[in-house]
Design a protein around this ligand. Structure first.
Ligand SMILES: CC(C)C[C@H](CC(=O)NO)C(=O)N[C@H]1Cc2cn(c3ccccc23)CCCCCCNC1=O
Ligand SMILES: [Ca+2]
Ligand SMILES: [Zn+2]
Ligand SMILES: [Zn+2]
Length: 168
């Protein structure tokens, strides 16, 4: 939710990501696949492609961190804020941080990493919060989300930002 500048976007269609510190709540391979699935939610709804890189100069750095972790937005321990992401841009742009004081799961208990990651990657692509509770970009976590994670509004918003006309 730190993409204060309205409508910043990546000016390319292939966006790289890398995963830094992991959580101990899940096997690394599970984190890898949930992160990849969360990116593919947006890839399917836009013209974007996400490529995993193993270097630290990827566009989107994904990390599990706690409390003070090197940016202006320290986490708050268990509960409260679950994660945050920066809007598109160089350096910290796109970077996505998960509060590792949460219990991250692949299922219905704790907080579902796939659902939270999909929300955060919306920010990493330039989307802001929605006031519509059906939107993935609604500011509070909802465990039982519909199968199709994105609302019509979410699809419209990502396409407005990355419409083929603008992707030129
Ligand atoms: C959308 C989500 C994936 C990411 C958002 C943050 C965000 O928008 N990141 O991009 C988030 O963490 N929202 C809080 C908002 C929130 C709810 N409460 C809070 C109590 C204190 C602080 C924040 C909250 C009430 C108690 C429930 C706490 C546990 C769930 N927390 C939330 O839903
Ligand atoms: Ca927290
Ligand atoms: Zn958010
Ligand atoms: Zn952070």
């Amino acid at each position: 939710e730190y993409s204060h500048i309205q409508g910043t976007r990546w000016n390319k269609n292939v966006i790289t990501y890398s995963i830094g510190r992991y959580t101990r709540d899940l096997p690394r391979s599970t984190v890898d696949s949930l992160v990849e699935s969360a990116f593919s939610v947006w890839a399917r709804a836009s013209s974007l492609t996400f490529v995993r890189s193993h270097t630290r100069n990827a566009d989107i750095m994904v990390e599990f961190v706690t409390y003070e972790h090197g940016d202006l937005y320290p986490f708050d321990g268990p509960g409260g804020t679950l994660a945050h992401a920066f809007g598109p841009g160089l350096g910290a742009g796109g970077d996505t941080h998960f509060d590792d004081d949460e219990h991250w799961t692949a299922g219905e208990t704790g907080f579902n990493l796939f659902v939270v990651a999909a929300h955060e990657f919306g920010h990493a692509l330039g989307l802001k919060h929605s006031r519509n509770p059906d939107s993935l970009m609604y500011p509070t976590y909802r465990s039982s989300r519909p199968a199709n994670l994105l609302s019509r509004e979410d699809v419209a918003n990502i396409n407005a930002l990355y419409s083929p006309a603008r992707g030129r």
